[in-house]
Design a protein around this ligand. Structure first.
Ligand code: 13P
Ligand code: SF4
Length: 303
């Protein structure tokens, strides 16, 4: 607590007084990670949203993450300090187009990456995160699936589950898609002893160069258990803050162009203001909540 600034201390006091748990994604700025109760990847945060004892959740992440928390815990107040903090990929699904794709592949279930809007998840058979996408697809009895919206994560899943046909959508994350093979080669030359960890939202060319393909939480587990002492972090660069905090005896090299501007829209001032006002809150249509629960809960029930 001593290393916290006055604003951070005020945020913690208000959170206690108002029975608020603060959840933050691994890409949030360090000052936000430092005041959060839980920092994690999409899967950890979704699981946490289901069983928190506090009656209010303040979500420091992008829109789809806060929406998923609301859908999973509809009776709780979910505060999203900056509603304009949106994941562009989550908005890349046109529902009329999706309907046509379903008609083209009758019987193929729709696997929706959590990086989708609540309206899109309402059309999904099951959700997945980057941590469990392969497991989710393997768990399905059907041999053809429609994977939305990330074509790179979908291609990675296809490479791991060749026995099924994965129909891809043309969505992408600009942050990960822009990580190039040249950048990875250059980093490998500079740090020859380092293991390369990449997020499965990267392109297949980059994935094929990696020692480990992991969600952000998976990277923490991998780096902790690996014999290597140095790592190249092939994801949003802020993730190195948590890696360095949790594994201080190892070295993490970031890709300095990998920045998600939407994750940076939440700052201490906006969190403080939202706690003072207990707003802005995430509001979802009850019908959308009803339709989001089955695909999200089906994913969470997979062991
Ligand atoms: P993780 O679930 O791996 O944290 O990824 C979320 C995300 O938005 C990646 O860009
Ligand atoms: Fe979306 Fe990419 Fe930002 Fe993750 S890093 S929130 S996928 S834009």
């Amino acid at each position: 607590m001593d290393r916290l600034s006055a604003v951070q201390k005020r945020i913690r006091e208000l959170a206690e007084q108002k029975d608020v748990i603060i959840l933050a994604h691994n890409y949030q700025i360090p000052e936000i990670q430092d005041i959060a109760d839980i920092v994690g990847d999409s899967l950890v945060l979704a699981m946490k949203a289901v069983d928190v004892k506090q009656s209010n959740i303040l979500f420091c992440g992008v829109d789809f993450m806060a929406e998923a928390a609301k859908a999973l815990s509809p009776h709780k107040t979910v505060i999203h300090p900056v509603p304009g903090s949106r994941c562009p990929m989550a908005h890349m699904v046109d529902l009329d187009e999706l309907e046509k794709v379903r008609e083209d592949h009758p019987g193929a279930p729709v696997v929706a990456y959590v990086n989708t809007t609540a309206e899109t998840k309402a059309y999904a058979d099951i959700c997945c995160t980057s941590a469990n996408a392969v497991k989710v697809v393997r768990s399905l009895e059907e041999n053809e699936i429609i994977f939305i919206p990330d074509c790179h994560l979908g291609a990675y899943v296809q490479s791991q589950v060749p026995e099924k046909k994965v129909h891809l959508w043309a969505g992408f994350c600009h942050v990960h898609q822009d990580i190039s093979t040249d950048q990875i080669s250059e980093m490998r030359n500079r740090y020859p002893d380092a293991d390369v960890m990449v997020h499965p939202e990267c392109t297949m060319d980059v994935i094929e160069m990696a020692d480990a393909v992991e969600s952000t939480e998976g990277m923490i587990r991998y780096a902790r258990s690996s014999d290597s002492k140095e790592f190249i972090v092939g994801t949003e660069k802020e993730h190195a803050y948590r890696l360095k905090n949790e594994i201080p005896d190892k070295i993490f090299h970031t890709i300095d162009t990998a920045i998600c501007p939407n994750m940076k829209k939440i700052d201490l001032e906006s969190v403080l203001k939202s706690l003072e006002n207990m707003a802005p809150t995430v509001e979802l249509d009850p019908d959308i909540i009803e339709k989001n629960k089955p695909p999200l809960e089906r994913m969470l029930s997979l062991k």
